[in-house]
Design a protein around this ligand. Structure first.
Ligand code: T46
Length: 139
């Protein structure tokens, strides 16, 4: 499984750092939604679903957290710990976010608006779907 982690370019100067994210330049899709999570309770595992078509980039803009990616055949864990790192999460990818530091702010750039119908929340259904879609090494 290919893990795509973007390293965004900080525009630093003597005042500090600034990161700008532009659709199609820094982010490989049109950004239709931004959301973020914070004050995540210790020990909590968020996510536990896949998306049928949504693509996202996850950026832990403060603190740290871990993301488990699972394409139905392979699992990989990625730690996000820098505000200039962005993890690409494709569609048909099971994701779990956990081990949030108390100060963690996880921001997500999404390719579409919120749509509950795009979620696959049942793991067996997810496995069936990726099996039916065949081997796809891009995910
Ligand atoms: C994902 C991971 C990385 C909205 O009303 N609008 C939104 O855009 C979102 C994302 C959520 N919500 C509501 C729906 C729930 O009542 O906020 C509540 C918490 O959402 P959810 O339980 O889906 O959050 P996570 O952290 O499990 O998953 C989220 C995204 O939903 C999901 O697409 O990939 O972050």
């Amino acid at each position: 499984m290919q893990v795509i982690k973007y390293m965004f370019q900080p525009h630093g100067d003597e005042r500090g750092q600034l990161i700008a994210l532009e659709e199609f330049n820094d982010i490989p899709f049109r950004i239709k939604r931004v959301y973020y999570m914070y004050d995540t309770v210790a020990g909590v595992v968020r996510g536990k679903h896949a998306h049928k078509s949504l693509e996202q980039i996850l950026v832990c803009i403060h603190g740290t957290c871990k993301i488990r990616l699972d394409n139905g055949r392979e699992k990989k864990v990625v730690q996000l710990e820098k505000p200039y790192e962005g993890l690409y999460v494709a569609n048909n990818m099971w994701r779990e976010m956990y081990d949030f530091s108390p100060d963690a702010v996880l921001m997500v750039l999404a390719s579409d608006v919120y749509d509950e119908k795009d979620y696959i929340r049942d793991y067996d259904e997810f496995l069936k779907r990726v099996k039916e879609n065949g081997d796809n090494d891009e995910n």
